[in-house]
Design a protein around this ligand. Structure first.
Ligand code: ADP
Ligand code: ADP
Length: 228
């Protein structure tokens, strides 16, 4: 079963910059998938399409077989959680607890259900003890984990992370990698962008290489094959 299908996706920014040019690939359910490419390759632009934050200029994106459109945006956002590269774009409540609770509160769940989700999400990223901290009192690694918790509290089947390792020390990177592995073991489809080839080949089941807005290679790890 397919989690994501990207068909001939192109995206042109209002200034005329063609950030994506005919991108196509598939992500089977449960597969650890990496979008690999240098700065400016189009990774962020691509990931923003996966939960409808960007609308394709051409082509389409399907989530569990359904084309993303205005009419199913709520369902898409429930299925696909996107963690931004910069956690400061995501954390704005007075405390980490409030921040992670914000999403479930908007789902109008019962108080107990909200509390359960927040606790589970914060424990999954080892941030429960720090729940009363304001985001600006956290290290970058802690902020990144809190931002991941905010997405997990929505219980999405697909978790998309934009450069989750960027600017972290080796220990911080290991912590994030362990979290990603746990999510995958729980049955989630995890899609990660990175510019780190070594990490991609170590972690991913499947790698899609993006350069200048095009897929230049894709394949199982260790078996990257060029695509003409
Ligand atoms: P990556 O995430 O791989 O670094 P991006 O998706 O951020 O790549 O950028 C892809 C291309 O789109 C780059 O050329 C970048 O300069 C351009 N771009 C990104 N955001 C904008 C924007 N808001 N307006 C115009 N061009 C943009
Ligand atoms: P600084 O971190 O600049 O020394 P403070 O003296 O305000 O600032 O904070 C001391 C410690 O208390 C820090 O570790 C901070 O993260 C924590 N802290 C500050 N405000 C809160 C809060 N509302 N809830 C929980 N912990 C907090």
């Amino acid at each position: 079963k397919l989690a994501v299908e990207i068909e001939n996706l192109s995206f042109v920014y209002p200034d005329g910059n063609r950030a994506l040019d005919g991108v196509s690939f598939l992500v089977p359910k449960g597969l650890k998938t990496v979008i690999l490419g240098p700065n400016g390759a189009g990774k962020s632009t691509l990931l923003l399409h996966l939960n409808g934050l960007h609308t394709p200029s051409h082509g389409k994106v399907k989530i569990f077989g359904k084309v993303i459109g205005e009419e199913n945006m709520r369902e898409i956002r429930k299925n696909v959680g996107l963690v931004f590269q910069d956690p400061d774009d995501q954390l704005f409540a007075p405390t980490i607890f409030d921040d992670v609770a914000f999403g479930p509160q908007n789902l109008e769940l019962e108080k107990n259900a909200i509390l359960r989700r927040v606790e589970e999400a914060l424990k999954a990223v080892d941030m429960w003890e720090l729940r009363e901290r304001p985001p600006h009192h956290l290290s970058l690694g802690q902020k990144k984990r809190a931002a991941i918790a905010g997405v997990l509290a929505m219980e999405p089947a697909i978790v998309v992370l934009d450069e989750p390792m960027a600017y972290l020390d080796p220990r911080g990177q290991e912590e994030i990698t362990a979290i990603l592995n746990k999510l995958q073991e729980e049955g989630k489809t995890v899609i990660v962008s990175t510019h780190d080839l070594d990490w991609a080949l170590e972690w991913a089941d499947y790698v899609v290489v993006l350069n200048s807005g095009r897929v230049v290679a894709e394949g199982d790890k260790g078996l990257l094959t060029n695509r003409r």
